[in-house]
Design a protein around this ligand. Structure first.
Ligand code: IVH
Length: 681
């Protein structure tokens, strides 16, 4: 099969799979069997494996099975799903009991019987049984409206399809928590890592991501569990207490926590809290507190609820776990965008059952605020699933020097700079910094920049990994490595030829695209065009920017260019002052020769005007519309202000349209825009 044939088939598959997705998920009217659908998806995956350079931007494999949960059907709850108020210490729990007494006008010493049970860290789900049969499952959603997850819930072994016994009320909504056990979560993440799938941050996210799937087959493959903790609409109540109801729910076959305890008073409930807290680390699932519920249902009815939480229940949250340890070192990590993030390396310490070895320090300001230095004893805190934090240093300041944030990038040695008004410090070695390289290379070849046909982000990544390309210039030397390419990718000779041809076609790139492709901070598409328009060639831009590092006049010259402010001027100066960037630049210019700037502006109704696009465009992409506007000499802005001359609004336009109306800015639709473009000829 040739690349061309494969590309044609992949195009057809993308359209066909998208059509069947819509028929199945949106119209509920599938035309083909699941097996036939799977065959299409498999065929596409095969072609993508064989022709990785032909993977489409709208590849079906990127969306199959991971359809956004936004597409799940929404349904109103028969009875709202409430949330809970929190108490953080014993006093607040005793105050809860006192409030209940006051509300019910009970004597101050009357005991308030309540249940105590673990607060499970999952997501709540409402199961509707009619005549004992499971008919619908909804997520909590916003409490009023939830998402339909019936098929998914049917895959959870803890949840019976039919209630046990003959005494279940005709209508019976049972509510509880869908969760993932800690061990199952770890195993799932290990599997995901192996298959290159999504890694979940914590069991709660894994449970939510697994339940809210369009494809119940995915949910089935995930080890979800369920614990009941309440009910919604029920046609007849089999008991008059919370504890009696929970016993009935257990008898109907739903799991109820074996740590649920009816307590005669708030004091007894607090004792149960302490027992549960002591067991916390050894429980097979994550919990983040204990929930107390007034036991008498007639009292619950009288107490009612405030806003979104019942007056008859409260969640007693566990305090954030803390421990002391030694700060061994402060490492600096460089992110894909060049941001330098300090990370505290700690002597391993157990915090709430989890061994902590790292903590985030956020940025240089945070280090200064805490005054921490390597060698200090520190207090670390871990709360829920947040990254452990350092709270304070326990070591006296003495005369040990403060930590000095490095002035150079630890990855590539380039200058690290902090821009005015910014908290973050960034590496300036964009083109050569290993931490940023792949990202930069992807940007360089992207559609808005060099637009190299058939060289997508996935390729760049694999070529980089395999040492075929390190810098942008290397892309233009790939023609010397055709043999390796053919072998490595198992590509047909023609595919490699096509790729090389596409690269060769960019030896004389548009100067603005080229400049934009370098990924210089603050130099976007529009700024890049403004720069080459002002200086004529990329070499001239580089010359001024190079001088700008040491010459105030040159900096002023950059600053004076229409559309360029001091921040961009300084970013340009920083970029060209960095020797590594300079070397990469020279290397690149030995391979390519960007053309001089040629005005391609056509005089039109919008020349010199500022245009904002908002809403959905139907006949073209946002990028294409922007390119048209720029070609007509218009400026394109992302937000509506007094400086906006024209707003082009498609369906779904919201706040920007409103703002335009407020400011009296002219608004046209897509057809109106097409007329302006056509009129310019
Ligand atoms: S009772 C009206 N009991 O916590 C009472 N909720 O923060 C509503 N949760 O939305 C809930 N374990 O998802 C209750 N034993 C438990 C719980 C529990 C976990 C969740 C539930 C709720 C959230 C409120």
């Amino acid at each position: 099969m040739t690349g061309e044939e494969a590309a044609a088939e992949m195009e057809w598959l993308a359209k066909e799979i998208a059509r069947h997705n819509a028929l199945y998920h949106t119209d509920d009217a599938p035309e083909i069997s699941d097996a036939d659908y799977d065959a299409l998806v498999r065929r596409n995956a095969e072609l993508e494996a064989e022709f990785p350079h032909l993977v489409r931007a709208d590849s079906p494999s990127a969306s199959v099975g991971a359809a956004p949960a936004g597409h799940l059907t929404k349904v109103r709850h028969a009875r709202a799903m409430l949330s809970l108020d929190n108490a953080f210490d014993d006093a607040e729990v005793l105050e809860f009991a006192a409030r209940v007494r006051r509300f019910l006008n009970l004597p101050a010493d009357a005991p308030v019987a309540m249940t105590a049970e673990p607060k499970i860290d999952g997501l709540s789900c409402s199961l509707r049984y009619e005549k004992g049969v499971l008919v619908q499952a909804l997520t909590r959603g916003d409490g009023t409206t939830g998402e339909v997850v019936t098929d998914n819930v049917r895959t959870i072994a803890d949840i019976p399809q039919r209630l046990a016994g003959a005494d279940a009320p005709d209508v019976c909504e049972l509510r509880g928590e869908v969760y993932m056990a800690k061990a199952d979560f770890a195993a799932l993440n290990a599997r995901q890592a192996e298959s290159g799938g999504k890694i979940f941050a914590n069991p709660r996210n894994a449970a939510a991501g697994s339940l809210r799937q369009l494809d119940a087959a995915i949910t089935r493959a995930r080890p979800l569990r369920f614990l009941a903790h309440g009910w919604g609409e029920v046609s007849a109540l089999p008991a008059d207490t919370q504890s009696g109801m929970m016993a009935a729910i257990a008898a109907w076959g739903l799991p109820v926590s074996d740590l649920l305890l009816p307590c005669a008073s708030a004091e007894e409930a607090l004792a149960q809290y302490r027992r549960i807290e002591a067991m916390r680390a050894d429980l097979p699932f994550d919990i983040d507190g204990v929930v107390y519920k007034v036991d008498r249902l007639d009292w619950q009815g009288r107490l009612g609820f405030v806003a979104k939480a019942p007056r008859w229940a409260i969640a007693h949250k566990f305090p954030a776990e803390r421990a002391q340890t030694t700060l061994l070192a402060i490492d600096i990590q460089v992110g894909r965008t060049g941001k330098l993030t300090p990370v505290a390396r700690l002597e391993p310490v157990t915090v709430g059952g989890v061994v902590v070895t790292n903590a985030t320090l956020h940025n240089a300001d945070e280090i200064a605020r805490l005054g921490v230095r390597p060698g200090d004893r520190v207090t670390v805190q871990r709360a829920g699933d947040v990254i452990p934090q350092i709270l304070e240093s326990l070591t006296a300041a003495e005369d040990r020097p403060a930590f000095v944030f490095p002035a150079h990038c630890p990855e590539c040695g380039s200058d690290a700079v902090r821009e005015e008004g910014e908290v973050d410090i960034r590496c300036t070695g964009g083109l050569i910094c290993p931490a940023q390289r792949v990202e930069r290379l992807r940007h360089f070849v992207s559609r808005q920049a060099m637009d190299i046909d058939g060289l997508g982000g996935t390729h760049v990544e694999s070529f980089f990994r395999d040492g075929l390309i390190h810098t942008p210039a290397d892309i233009f030397r790939l023609r010397n490595r055709i043999d390796e390419l053919v072998k490595r990718e198992k590509w047909a000779g023609t595919s490699v030829r096509n790729l090389i041809d596409a690269i060769e076609a960019r030896r004389a790139p548009d100067p603005a695209r080229f400049l934009f492709g370098l990924g210089i901070r603050h130099v976007g598409q529009v700024t890049a065009r403004d720069l080459v328009k002002a200086f004529g060639t990329v070499e001239a831009v580089a010359a001024v920017a190079t001088r700008a590092a040491s010459d105030a006049d040159a900096l002023a010259e950059l600053n004076a260019v229409d559309g360029i402010g001091p921040v961009v001027a300084q970013a340009l100066a920083d970029f060209f002052a960095e020797p590594h960037n300079r070397a990469a630049w020279d290397d690149l210019l030995s391979e390519v020769a960007p053309t001089p700037y040629v005005s391609n502006e056509r005089a039109s109704a919008v020349t010199g005007k500022t245009v904002v696009f908002t809403g959905t465009l139907e006949t073209m992409s946002r990028d294409e519309a922007k390119a048209q506007a720029l070609a007509l000499g218009a400026k394109v802005s992302g937000s509506v202000s007094a400086k906006t001359d024209l707003v082009v609004a498609g369906p779904g336009a919201g706040s920007k349209l409103k703002k335009a109306a407020e400011l009296g800015v002219a608004v046209i639709d897509e057809a109106g825009w097409a007329e302006i473009v056509a009129a310019a000829g």
